[in-house]
Ligand binder design. Structure first.
Ligand SMILES: [Zn+2]
Length: 181
């Protein structure tokens, strides 16, 4: 149920993403989401510096500053209270290049050992469409979102329904399902 891509396919640059054959997801970059979906690939690192200011608008699009929103979650000062907060913090980590946080917020049962780098992908915008469960008193939850990316002249949208579980009080990303753009 979770086909893995052939290495050759993963190496093909600028391939138009396709939802077929994809199931385990979460913020994979366009090239890699042909297989396991989104947020599975390492974020770019180059723009880390310009968004780590606590007073900057948070990249997750919440309307809050980074210091009020995903910043404290990234450094471990606060836990994501809901699955949606965790999902936002993971998108934000991808946008900022915080690979360590992406891995640490992944459920051990599905967490990859490492993340491929995809330095030229820019995550431009996140829209959370709907959530189910994932609240402070839930143990599971799903969050559906659309995340816009750019890679060189290519642009696209990642549409995914991610699945989360709460273990020992901490929300973790389990996997996700790619949906049509
Ligand atoms: Zn945020």
């Amino acid at each position: 149920m979770r086909p893995r891509p052939s290495p050759r396919r993963l190496r093909q640059p600028r391939r138009r993403p396709s939802s077929t054959g994809s199931d385990v997801t979460s913020f994979r970059t366009p090239r890699a989401r042909t297989s396991r979906g989104a947020f599975s690939i390492a974020p770019r690192r180059s723009r880390m510096g310009d968004v780590t200011d606590a007073g900057t608008r948070c990249p997750c699009g919440s309307g809050l500053s980074y210091g009020e929103c995903c910043g404290p979650i990234h450094v471990g000062a606060r836990r994501a209270a809901t699955a949606e907060q965790l999902m936002r913090s993971r998108y934000c980590a991808f946008a900022l290049g915080d690979t360590a946080y992406v891995l640490s917020s992944w459920h051990p049962s599905t967490r990859p050992t490492s993340l491929d780098t995809e330095p030229d992908v820019v995550w431009r915008r996140l829209d959370v469409l709907r959530s189910a469960g994932g609240g402070p008193f839930d143990t599971t939850g799903t969050v559906e979102f659309r995340a816009r990316w750019r890679q060189g002249d290519d642009r696209g949208v990642l549409h995914e329904r991610s699945r989360f579980e709460r273990a020992a009080g901490a929300w973790l990303y389990v996997d996700g399902e790619l949906l049509p753009d």
